[in-house]
Write a protein that binds this ligand. Structure first.
Ligand SMILES: Cc1ncc(COP(=O)(O)O)c(C=O)c1O
Length: 356
């Protein structure tokens, strides 16, 4: 086990904190003062060290650049009313990180290593956690093959880094999405369930084509003639059909979203009926036509909830009712927000508290 005391800390002499406008946070451009780094070599993970955030030096032969052994997580830390910080669902993110690493042949990391690293970085950069509602410190733990050698092989050396940055709300306007019927994101037996970087690179091209057609995102399907829904961009998808919250089941081609899991738990607690099952394009069209399809939305750490307004299926645009404050998605989002900000009891023990 690695204790916090063993994480060496080199503090920055030039904090950038005063340059940040916390009332105007865009997503993904501002990075906090420090990052945590740990190296894997000779069959084990070495101690973590925290250093000022900055560039790293790599060789053009670094294996990750060529063969794609890169996995990452996206998580959030929130400022609580009492001044403490809570990191949301560390265990669930860690479990997924481990599954992604295993699929990409990256050596296992202990929970203590991951957990202590996150807590130490968040504690040091506590002043970077925004207090405004809907804002948080986004955390990006990732690991990549750092060995320098260009022959195809599983790397023997890796680098684990965590950095973070303050973020505001991600998506705002209701989305117009297209059910993608030509390209697929993942196939059974592939890497769809892993948060590995190649999945994202592969999704860019079809998404950029959809954007040119005027859509915000695509909904990926399983590639079957039924066009069963899978997920969308960096979000899982949920549909309110016949007053039941329906979401595609987790499989080896869908990312096991932490927000998805939290939504399912909260929806059930709030008395909604939830079904994890296949949802076909045909079922959605029928729901549009007979008026039983009321809401569609994406769930993800970045966006939390992104309401979907229009869904295009095989060239026809179907419009959902206007998004309103009393939408089921927004009610569950509000409950989640309150738990993460410490305003409602954390009965599911999702918050890891860090005292600054
Ligand atoms: C492909 C994909 N699906 C779904 C999600 C939603 O997962 P989570 O709720 O854990 O952020 C993400 C974001 O991490 C993603 O990248």
């Amino acid at each position: 086990m690695i204790a916090t005391e063993t994480i060496s800390i080199q503090k920055t002499k030039n904090s950038r904190l005063s340059e940040v406008d916390f009332n105007n946070l865009s997503f993904g451009s501002i990075i906090s003062d420090h990052m945590l780094v740990s190296d894997y070599a000779n069959g084990e993970w070495g101690p973590s060290k925290i250093v000022p955030f900055g560039h790293i030096s790599i060789s053009p032969t670094m294996l990750a650049l060529h063969y794609g052994q890169v996995v990452f997580e996206g998580m959030k830390a929130f400022k609580l009313k009492d001044g403490n910080i809570s990191i949301f669902r560390v265990e669930k993110h860690y479990d997924r990180f481990c599954k992604s690493m295993e699929r990409m042949c990256i050596p296992h990391m202990s929970f203590e290593h991951f957990d202590e690293a996150l807590k130490a970085l968040v504690k040091l950069d506590a002043a970077w956690v925004p207090a405004n509602e809907g804002c948080s410190l986004y955390l990006r733990p990732f690991v990549f093959a750092s060995e320098e050698r260009f022959g195809v092989k599983v790397a023997d050396e890796y680098k684990f880094i965590i950095f973070g940055g303050p973020v505001g709300p991600y998506y705002s306007a209701p989305l117009k999405v297209k059910v993608e019927d030509r390209y697929i994101r993942a196939a059974h037996g592939g890497t769809g369930f892993a948060k590995c970087s190649g999945n994202y690179g592969g999704a860019f091209y079809p998404t950029s084509l959809a954007r040119k057609e005027g859509f915000d995102q695509v909904i990926w399907t399983d590639g079957s003639p039924e066009l069963n829904m899978e997920e969308s961009g960096t979000m899982n998808v949920m549909f309110l059909l016949n007053n039941i919250l329906v979401t595609p089941p987790i499989s080896d081609s869908i990312l096991d979203g932490v927000t998805r899991d939290s939504f399912i738990t909260l929806a059930k607690e709030m008395g909604y009926k939830v079904e994890e099952r296949k949802v076909s394009a045909k079922e959605l069209i029928a729901g549009f036509e007979n008026g039983t399809f009321k809401e569609a939305f994406g769930t993800g750490t970045a966006a939390v909830v992104a309401p979907i307004q229009t869904i295009s299926i095989k060239g026809t645009n179907y419009k959902l009712p206007e998004v309103k404050d009393d939408n089921v998605s927004l009610k569950i989002k509000q409950r989640l927000l309150e738990i993460r900000m410490g305003l409602k009891p954390d009965t599911n023990k999702w918050n890891t508290i860090v005292k600054p």
